[in-house]
Design a protein around this ligand. Structure first.
Ligand code: ZN
Length: 315
């Protein structure tokens, strides 16, 4: 039997420069680079994963750096914004920190009784920090004092090409409508972290995928059997759904719903720490077994990446 998703698993965006991406998400936002690998479909493109100490589901942002990519433009149908949780008492800390790093901050504003401020990463990806509660433990060894550190994902905001259909897909996945402020309609799943998806009930121009675009949002499912059941349900509805794929750190499928948003459904297991030494997470290029024989060729094609160790971040 199908069960509701407990929430978001990860969010994936497109950027241009891998080094700039690492520097921003580790040194400025204080996330841990938990995995550097390649796009399993395009082995000469990096794939960078950031999250809490272990990259647990509900904390992970991932990026594909394409050095020659044009700027994207935000519009329908797209995921317009990724939001992260900070503790309510950390607003001043984060305003000061972002400003000190030359980041333009818009806000703070109040939304659904939470404080929100908006900014962009160096590629123009729209980000928010939102005050709130989360079950995510802060990463002790990062550059941010644990009391202020980011506590995983808060939400994504969707600009759909068909708001009614996307709303019904959210409902099917297990997100329940909990409120509306202006044209922002909020849905929440029953989990303990990364539970919110906002749907903007407005028309907008069409967007263009490129640097600064969010490519997809993945939601959590318990196991592979669930993926096969979801696959059959989406196919019965005539949605554009992929087969179940082995992503090494999880199994997943992709579905492009008729409102145009690309959702991934991903298992929580085995997770980003599979086969990895926790202290060394993200420090070297990981390749899945089926790409290991091409390591030399792959490493030769990738631009070098300077990955700060936790002690360097803390200096
Ligand atoms: Zn993904």
């Amino acid at each position: 039997m199908l069960t509701d998703t407990p929430g978001i698993h990860h969010i994936t965006g497109i950027v241009r420069d891998a080094q700039q991406n690492v520097d921003f998400y580790t040194s400025v936002l204080g996330l841990r680079l938990v995995k550097q690998t390649v796009n399993f479909n395009e082995k000469f493109t990096r794939h960078l994963f950031y999250g809490d100490e272990t990259g647990s589901p509900g904390t992970v942002l991932t990026f594909f750096p394409y050095p020659a990519e044009d700027d994207g433009r935000i519009g329908k149908p797209q995921i317009s914004t990724a939001a992260l949780v900070i503790p309510p008492e950390s607003i001043e800390y984060w305003l000061d920190r972002l400003t000190a790093h030359g980041v333009d901050v818009d806000g703070p504003i109040e939304r659904f009784e939470q404080t929100v401020f908006r900014f962009s990463d160096p590629d123009g990806t729209h980000l928010e920090l939102v005050t709130g509660e989360s079950s995510v433990e802060p990463w002790d060894d990062g550059p941010i004092p644990a009391q202020h550190a980011i506590r995983g994902i808060h939400s994504v905001t969707l600009l759909s090409a068909n708001v009614f259909v996307t709303a019904s897909v959210l409902d099917t996945l297990g997100f329940e409508l909990i409120g509306q402020e202006g044209d922002r309609v909020r849905y929440r799943s029953p989990g303990d972290r990364a539970t919110v998806i906002d749907l903007l009930d407005r028309d907008s121009d069409f967007g263009r995928e490129g640097a600064g675009s969010i490519h997809h949002v993945a939601v959590r499912v318990s196991d592979k059997d669930q993926l096969y059941e979801w696959h059959d349900l989406f196919r019965e509805r005539g949605y554009d759904v992929s087969r179940v794929k082995d992503r090494h750190f999880f199994h997943s499928l992709y579905v492009r719903e008729p409102g145009g948003i690309l959702f991934e459904l991903a298992t929580e297991q085995p997770g980003l720490t599979v086969e990895a030494d926790l202290d060394m997470l993200g420090q070297s290029l990981f390749l899945p077994p089926w790409l290991e024989e091409d390591r030399e060729m792959i490493e030769g094609q990738l631009q070098p990446l300077d990955v700060p160790s936790p002690s360097e971040l803390n200096r």
